[in-house]
Design a protein. Structure first.
Length: 391
């Protein structure tokens, strides 16, 4: 499907077919540092509209010229802007500092520090940070073609096999770079995989990323529920590299099949999904032709035992990913779409009304740190009775 950059309706919004996925109001990405945060959702700060940012009477902000409002969340607003010195398009995320204190403030500054240290072609580039007494502005590379989520849900029929391979290979290369630098992302999911104008992967959202030491195991649980690994749902200490690899397997399944392998079915208790994850109980849809090499690679990644999972080098050497040219313009013209709807850049979460078809659902964030309640499934696994916050 092709969209022209100038294809706007009279209201200034892009004229596109209505998405079958209903979007919720943007929510701040949340990591739980203690029980209070896990159980009590903080009061949202006042929304930052364009008129509330510094220099509100000018279209220029420092060396940046504001071009378009992209979206507003509870804690931030994002604008498309142009760097007047380089001519590059950038995304400027303005964060209200009024209620941004304590662990939340520390987390965002750690994220900025980490992003500054990253330099890889498949990771969103940190450009600049501007701070006033009331606003923190993070300037990042602008990814014109939006999220991998949108490509899978809204354009799956036009998602060519070679483009699937290219995107997944670039994502693995980005994660390999992180691990080589002793960094684990800890929230790999299709919403955090962005695409530039040539559909090159740009991994984003390092709010939950952490540095690790060789052979270090973690106990603090965080992330998105559908992508969590068996060792996390069974409340074991985990290797963050292995949980990242598990999440890559979930993403690969979604790229190949068109929906997630594990999801919370309507009307069922959330523990049922965790049980399926703990048992690695997933299936490939019947009646759908799926490349046998792709199936083999998914099966090699989604292993219960972390040490049994394919390594990143083994994934890159797998037959399904051979003879793939990465970081070049997509040959599939139908996939080169422009996604400039007025929505929240990098902060969107989705609730899918047509759930049985797409099997995507809004991700919840959870903490296992201080939970005491457990439920036994078939005498085999002890799973936490999660305290969840849905935004």
């Amino acid at each position: 499907m092709n969209y022209d950059k100038d294809d706007y309706n009279k209201s200034g919004k892009r004229s596109i077919k209505t998405s079958p996925v209903q979007t919720t109001k943007p929510s701040r990405h949340w990591d739980f540092f203690n029980t209070d945060h896990a159980l009590n959702k903080p009061k949202p700060a006042p929304k930052i509209e364009f008129n509330n940012i510094p220099n509100k009477h000018e279209i220029k902000y420092g060396k940046y010229e504001m071009l378009k409002h992209l979206g507003t969340g509870s804690f931030a607003t994002v604008h498309l802007a142009k760097d007047l010195q380089t001519g590059d398009l950038v995304a400027m995320k303005f964060i209200d500092k009024v209620n941004f204190v304590g662990p939340e403030a520390s987390s965002i500054y750690e994220e900025i520090k980490l992003m500054k240290s990253l330099n890889h072609k498949n990771i969103v580039k940190f450009v600049d940070v501007i701070e006033t007494t009331t606003v923190l502005c993070i300037v990042m590379e602008y990814c014109e073609n939006g999220e991998l989520y949108d490509l899978i849900v809204n354009h799956f029929q036009n998602f060519a096999i070679e483009d699937k391979k290219k995107i997944f290979k670039e994502l693995v290369e980005a994660v390999k770079y992180l691990h080589e630098n002793h960094i684990s992302h800890r929230d790999l999911k299709v919403e955090n995989v962005l695409l530039d104008k040539d559909n090159n992967v740009k991994l984003a959202d390092f709010n939950l990323a952490t540095r690790f030491k060789q052979n270090e195991l973690f106990t603090h649980r965080c992330g998105s529920e559908e992508y969590t690994s068996p060792e996390i749902v069974t409340r074991k200490a985990y290797d963050p590299q292995k949980t990242d690899i598990w999440a890559l397997g979930i993403i690969l399944y979604a790229i190949v099949v068109g929906h997630l392998p594990f999801y919370h079915k309507d009307g069922e208790r959330i523990q049922s999904m965790y049980h399926r994850i703990a048992m690695v109980n997933y299936k490939f849809p019947s009646g759908v032709e799926i490349d046998k090499d792709a199936k083999n690679l998914i099966s090699a990644i989604l292993k219960y035992t972390p040490q049994s999972r394919a390594t990143l080098d083994q994934i890159l050497a797998h037959p399904w990913l051979q003879n793939i040219e990465t970081n070049g313009k997509s040959e599939n013209k139908d996939m080169n779409f422009i996604n400039l709807e007025e929505n929240d850049y990098r902060m969107r979460h989705h609730t899918n009304k047509n759930f049985e078809y797409y099997k995507f659902k809004h991700s919840k964030y959870y903490s296992f740190s201080t939970l005491d309640n457990f439920r036994d499934f078939n005498g085999m696994y002890t799973l936490p009775k999660f305290n969840l916050v849905t935004f």
